[in-house]
Design a binder for this molecule. Sequence first.
Ligand code: SF4
Ligand code: SF4
Length: 391
Amino acid sequence: MSNDVKVYHQYEDDKKESYQSVVDGWNKSKKEMLESTENNRIQRWSYSNGMFKYFNNPGKVITDRNPYINIVDTEEFDLSIKNHPFPPDPPAFNNKNRPNFFGTLMDEYVDESDWYKDTLHTSYERILREAKGQDLPQVHPEKQMDEKDLKKAIFDYAKSRGFVSVGVTKIDRRFISVEVDDEIIFDTIILLGYEMPHEVVHRYPKPEHDTAAYYGYAHCAAHVHEVADFIRSKGYDCRARSWEGFIKYSVHAVNAGLGNFSTYGIVHTPECGTRIKYTSVIIDADLELDEPIDYNIEEFCARCRMCQKSCPSGAIPKEESRYRGTVKRTTDHIKCFDMMAIKHECVQCIRVCPISMLGYENALNSLPTYYKHNLDRPAYKTNYKEVSDEA
Ligand code: SF4
Ligand code: SF4
């Protein structure tokens, strides 16, 4: 990437920031960004250098054409949800006095550790090769169906491979790490969410036989190429993408109508709350886009806050940010990662979450009637029920 890349916001290990200081820092950064870029500017996630880089944006025409991406206000999202996927140097993973999180977690707690590691490694290597144009599988020379039938066929097949949350939206390049920009060669993305089993999450804080997040990652890794190969067999080109953080999936999942943001910034789905990990396939086809849906989850979260009250690291703070009638929190990724390293993924915020553990319908039905109006909306039934019934 070129020299005009600039890092505007970076968090340090021991830096304690109040919400107001984040606001002040953001406003200062924003002013500098505005002064240093042109009108087509774009704000981007960055894997290697911290939270923000700021660019002039030749791809603005793509985002401007997309009717859905502006549903999420990127400034407010960045401000109020701090658990971005690209911490520059997560302290928990580099502290010599603690167990290496990724290195030991699977060996100690996962019965099928070898299968997990092998699957993750093999799948990721293939993704990297294909991203470079190497060893690309053949695309069937004839298109086997039109794009309408293709979408249904992909959804059915993905569900048969275990993905419970499937949706289509346009790529929002503001939420892609600049390092993989060149690899995102198609504008349409199929989100594929894999459920972390209820019983695995339930066993925490003493995970036995399995770990929640790695279950999700390993199964995303195991099945994402199957979906991509299925698409190629129907005559359409595509690329599998990984479960890692290079694409910010929460934003895309919200735009694809798969869920709403939770109190701690992870996407809540009606299928399994936040017990979910995403991977994706980008595709060279104009599939019909799914639309964002209000599942009334933010309403429920506003009356719950169990995750915030029980977070052992205090990563989900009390301070609130009100925006368009909703309340959001600023999850501190450094505190969270530190606790995850000590507590083997922790996942306390998922374990205490009524939507994730009791189910969406059960949780929402506990709301007074006047908070449940969205359950009867046609959009909810179409996107959730219909797809489930077809699987
Ligand atoms: S994983 Fe643990 S430390 Fe991190 S936000 Fe959830 S409850 Fe807090
Ligand atoms: S624990 Fe409660 S507040 Fe937190 S994400 Fe779940 S439903 Fe929302």
